[in-house]
Design a protein around this ligand. Structure first.
Ligand code: ZN
Length: 151
């Protein structure tokens, strides 16, 4: 809620003017919007994590095929960790306010997307293959928030 400084009326966080006395709440409303959940950064977070995961996996596949190394779950797992940590970091650093929630939800969506794409949608694989990238994203987001100075 957004309390009016002049009359104390509680207004919606997005309200531009007080519903009680009509005072311009512009600055406060803007602040509330910045502190709130950012759908833009949620979508960007998913794109960065999912895109980097697929991109890195693709590059890794080429390198491994060229060197004749067998693709191992360790490599793909590392790939996912790096991609999600990076996505979490960028989302945490760039989105305004305390935004650990956006990278967290973005990581969840990206984990499920990646699992479905890899034909790996059974719950156990999701938990094992998703928990580590998810934690990596949270770690990255935490670093990003620190870099931004909000924590
Ligand atoms: Zn008021």
């Amino acid at each position: 809620m957004n309390e009016c400084d002049d009359c104390g009326t509680m207004n919606r966080p997005s309200a531009a003017f007080c519903s009680g006395c009509g005072t311009d709440l512009g600055a406060d409303a803007e602040f509330a919007a910045e502190e709130g959940f950012s759908v833009k950064w949620l979508v960007l977070g998913v794109l960065i994590m999912f895109g980097t995961n697929i991109g890195l996996g693709f590059l890794l596949g080429i390198v491994l095929a060229a060197t004749g190394t067998k693709v191992s779950i360790v490599f793909t797992g590392l790939c996912g960790m790096v991609a999600f940590a990076l996505g979490g970091y960028i989302t945490g650093k760039q989105s305004p306010g305390k935004t650990i929630l956006e990278p967290a939800v973005a990581a969840l969506i990206a984990v499920v997307l990646s699992a479905i794409l890899q034909g790996n949608a059974n719950p156990l694989a999701l938990v094992i293959g998703g928990a580590l990238p998810f934690l990596a994203a949270l770690g990255g987001a935490w670093l990003g928030e620190r870099a931004q100075g909000t924590i």
